[in-house]
Design a protein around this ligand. Sequence first.
Ligand code: NDP
Length: 329
Amino acid sequence: TREIHLASRPNGAPTPDNFRLVEVDLPPLQDGEILVANTVMSVDPYMRGRMNDVKSYVPPFQVDKPLDGGAVGTVIASKAEGFAEGDRVLHGLGWREHAVLPADRATRIEGSDFSDSAYLGVLGMPGLTAYAGLMAAAEFKPGDIVYVSGAAGAVGSLVGQIAKLSGASRVIGSAGSPEKVARLLELGFDAAFDYHDGPVRNLLKQAAPDGIDVYFDNVGGDHLEAAISSLNVDGRVAMCGAISQYNATEATPAPRNLALAIGKRLTLRGFIVGKYASLKDEFVATVGPWLADGSISWDETTRAGLDNAPQAFIDLLEGANTGKMVVTL
Ligand code: NDP
């Protein structure tokens, strides 16, 4: 079977040289373990941080060792009670065609009409990130004017739709191309702009003439600075990600206007989805029906084959995806 190893740590944007496709033999199955044939794996922005040798909330990837991340697959052999061949499971050993893991580290997917990939996006980690970040970190309330950056991505596209369906008075999104902006308007965003079209601060002011109450930050830098400038009194920021800085090799300056947070009494709250596991049931109960009745749409960008996984990851960081980027195996 085959897996992708980290060949070297990226300096700035990752390149194909940083990855290596490796043939390996599967270890014999131990008691309590399952063998899974992966059908689909996730590439996510947070993996870029794990490629640096720094202490963070998840340990760094190791050079010459396999990468890992979210994956869904089918059990093809089991030495674990309660797991049988043919079971569908979600687990954390992506970036490989087959995974051997203790069954207690896998979640069985039962009685579901949703595709395997949905569990890596809308029904998975990005979906909960959108819901918990908006509701808990940003303390969303009906009537809020909401701005979300990275709005055409996996998390952002859900934030905007969940906000709208939960009674936001206006939802504004920003993204990196005219096609993505058009898609956001189709998804029900009230306004959207391409951040390449001028200073984000000006574009946001035009799209949000009455200011904003909530900013869901996926991008950081100039986007955060623009939001601080547009936030109304008692405004709240869910600090979810700062993708504009993930490849930075030097410290980045923005936001330069942070002192505005004092007079406007702003709350800026960083969060990690793992800390909101307790909201999973509420998320499924609230968002599940909207997925089932079509109130929420979700896009996926799919690449095929493990050998294309590194490029899928590189392209994700450059914005080649609309919605969730996944790799089928
Ligand atoms: P996306 O599907 O949004 O993909 C990443 C997108 O980022 C790209 O499509 C690209 O879109 C955009 N992007 C890349 N570079 C820049 C840049 N310099 N400026 C502006 N936009 C850029 O990924 P996810 O939905 O999975 O993740 C979105 C954010 O949420 C990330 O910051 C991620 O780290 C964070 N996150 C945080 C979690 C948490 O627990 N706190 C959990 C999950 C995700 P475009 O064409 O618009 O530029």
